[in-house]
Ligand binder design. Structure first.
Ligand code: T4K
Length: 406
């Protein structure tokens, strides 16, 4: 059931657009990132268990079970559940002994470089591959200095990096390799589940992610020593009641988060089915419109299809990505231009004046559209109808918008 029924039939004329005086296509706002929620009855039963047990946090039985389920699902040896992925990145970075400079893509959520900068490690921003929007391995070697200790690669939008090439560079140059796989839970690379690559990987289970635990994250690794170190660090460094082994923090996941995670894991296949159907519908409804392209999906791999990412080439659509964004917002379609303008052009990183051409090109072209279990096929048809109307009347719309700005 849609939370945002269209007010009226799809728009046919430019004058129907709200920006030119029409009524909005949706009464309520359609968001990118509405949470996927599994069986709420099952979740409430688990909440009752927690209340009866009076064990709310500190690695309780649901956290333990959640970690075991993630291990089974990913085929990785260790999972350490964490309160969110930002803290998980910080802990993994510290446990890996990273210092000095670490290479990261600029086209990512700002949490990736922040997790380094927070520990006074310099993020060295690398450009991306234009097809996958992930770090370009060919650019990495140009950025290596004697201070470089590692690479954090980001498996973005559920698409994986060129992992084989990254592992080869890391091994040859003796660098640590950490994957920020915040978006990639449930996805695979060359038939193996994301989670077991590099020294470690980090998942996010934030409310907006494919699988959510309200807030949450996890460090997954096949390295026994690293698993031990990260588990200590997420619990203040405690080895027993009054013994501390190392500096630590509070990175623990609560029982209620794990209860949500376990409940949502039971519906994971349904979430994928819905996302995949939506992805296909967007693809079908927008194929063949010059200047509009959708990021490829590799049918040979497992995906969670959590993000629908379009690229707009303004030389063909005439209307720019930002004009389209403005039009969609007026229609109550809250599309997002993730991760504009690129971390290297955001505070506190922009002082370097660095230029990364592919990152900047992609950041100026992408638009992420609503999908997930709160969206219906009818919603998608209406959204695609608006996009088609805009790009087929690009010249007229662009002129009218520019006239209005004068
Ligand atoms: N690495 C990468 C590559 C990441 O993308 C992220 C997070 C991280 C690391 C760090 O993970 P965490 O520390 O968060 O676990 C969102 C999320 O806050 C963030 O988790 C995510 N990436 C990023 C890509 O997107 P915003 O600014 O889009 O979130 P927000 O709060 O505006 O939510 C988007 C829309 O979702 C809202 O307009 C409404 C809807 N929404 C949101 C929440 C929280 C709901 O309907 N219900 C909700 O509970 O950042």
């Amino acid at each position: 059931m849609s939370q945002a029924e269209p007010v009226h039939s799809p728009k046919h004329r430019v004058g129907d657009l709200r920006i030119f005086g029409g009524s909005p296509a949706f009464i309520e706002k359609l968001h990118v990132g509405r949470p996927n929620v599994g069986n709420s009855q099952r979740f409430l039963e688990r909440v009752n268990d927690i209340l009866e047990r009076k064990w709310l946090t500190n690695n309780g039985p649901y956290v333990d079970e959640f970690e075991r389920r993630v291990v089974q699902l990913t085929g990785v040896q260790h999972c350490i559940a964490i309160c969110n992925a930002t803290i998980a990145l910080e802990i993994a970075i510290r446990a890996l002994g990273l210092k000095g400079e670490v290479i990261v893509p600029s086209f990512t959520f700002v949490a990736t470089p922040h997790a380094l900068q927070w520990q006074e490690i310099t993020p060295v921003f690398c450009d991306i591959d234009s097809q996958t929007h992930t770090i370009d391995p060919n650019e990495i070697e140009k950025l290596l200095t004697p201070r470089t200790r590692g690479i954090i690669a980001v498996n973005l939008w559920s698409y994986s990096c060129d992992i084989a090439k990254l592992e080869e560079i890391a091994a040859r140059r003796s660098l640590k390799l950490l994957f920020d796989s915040a978006h990639a839970f449930g996805c695979s690379y060359q038939g193996r589940m994301i989670g077991g690559f590099g020294n470690a990987e980090v998942f996010s289970f934030h409310a907006t992610k494919f699988l959510n635990t309200f807030e949450g994250g996890a460090i997954v690794t096949n390295d026994d020593d690293l698993a031990r170190a990260t588990r200590l660090m997420q619990n203040f460094g405690f080895t027993s009641y009054d013994q501390i082994a190392c500096v630590g923090t509070n990175g623990k996941m609560s029982e209620i988060s794990a209860a949500m995670g376990l409940t949502n894991l039971e519906s994971m296949d349904d979430f994928i089915a819905v996302n995949r159907r939506h992805h296909k519908q967007y693809e079908e409804e927008l194929t063949g419109f010059p200047g509009v392209s959708m990021l490829f999906t590799d049918e040979k791999e497992k995906g969670n299809y959590q993000y629908v990412v379009l690229e707009f080439d303004a030389s063909k659509t005439i209307v720019t990505r930002d004009e389209l964004l403005q039009i969609l917002h007026q229609e109550n379609v809250l599309a997002r231009r993730y991760f504009y303008p690129g971390c290297h052009r955001m505070e506190p990183y922009r002082a370097s004046g660095l230029s990364l051409p592919e990152t900047e090109r992609v950041a100026n072209r992408v638009l992420s559209l609503p999908t997930g279990t709160s969206i219906t096929p009818a919603d998608i048809s209406t959204i695609c109808g608006i996009i088609r109307l805009v790009v087929t009347n690009g010249g007229e719309i662009s002129e009218r918008l520019r006239d209005e700005r004068r």
